[in-house]
Design a protein around this ligand. Structure first.
Ligand code: B16
Ligand code: MG
Length: 209
């Protein structure tokens, strides 16, 4: 087992996917842009601005910088409102026990998320002070598949990428991990991605790495 685990947040520790979808869907509907769950799958792990660009691929007209900014802000207000009711019960299956068990092995635990709401979400699910390092969308210039978010997390842990697992549910996150020299572990959607070094079916399978 390696010295540390760097976890993606959304889709790995908690799932706010349905809230992202509902907020983007309401914006797309208001703008008369076709948007469905298949397109939504392409937004997984991708930054807010990049997500909007993907949605606007279907737009009947072009949008200026300021308009794009306003749409992204509006989406975030709606998304943030839906996060208000998150509680520790929203941690995904196996997360609480497995993180505790990993800690007992002496492993360091960190979060590397594209989300600018990551610290808010961590607080809501009772992990405000839990991790040894948290790097999120506010701390980086280049989003996944650039490895910046994970490299910063490893630096905060004072470890080399080769000493860390990155646990990801998104292909773009696995690409980031591989590019950064980490050991990439795919779960959920990313479990069938052949670039991942390991594929796990359940979060607790991390204990068997
Ligand atoms: P925000 P992760 C990602 O979180 C989500 O998977 C992705 O759908 C979202 O667009 C991105 O955060 C940005 O989120 O609008 O809150 O800054 O999977 O990297 O933890
Ligand atoms: Mg994710």
């Amino acid at each position: 087992m390696k010295k540390a685990f760097i976890f993606d947040l959304d889709g790995v520790l908690v799932s706010t996917d349905r809230y992202h979808y509902a907020a983007w869907k309401s914006i797309a509907d208001e703008e008369g842009i076709y948007f469905d769950e298949t397109i939504n799958n392409r937004l997984r792990g991708v930054s807010r601005r990049e997500s909007l660009k993907i949605i606007l691929e279907r737009a009947p007209r072009t949008y200026g910088e300021e308009e794009e900014h306003a749409l992204a802000e509006k989406k975030n207000e709606r998304y943030r409102a839906s996060l208000e009711n998150l509680t520790p019960a929203d941690r995904l299956a196996g997360v609480s026990e497995t993180l505790e068990a990993l800690r007992r092995t002496g492993a360091l635990l960190a979060v590397g998320s594209s989300s600018k709401n990551a610290r808010y979400i961590l607080g809501k699910i009772g992990y405000g002070d839990y991790f040894d390092a948290v790097v999120d969308g506010n701390d980086i210039v280049n989003g996944k598949p650039d490895p910046e978010v994970f490299l910063k997390a490893a630096a905060l842990l004072h470890l080399s990428p080769c000493d860390c697992y990155v646990v990801e549910d998104a292909k773009t996150g696995i690409d980031a991990a591989v590019r950064g020299g980490f050991c990439a572990v795919g779960i959920h959607d990313a479990a069938c991605y052949d670039r991942a070094d390991h594929a796990i079916k359940a979060f607790s399978d991390l204990l068997g790495l």
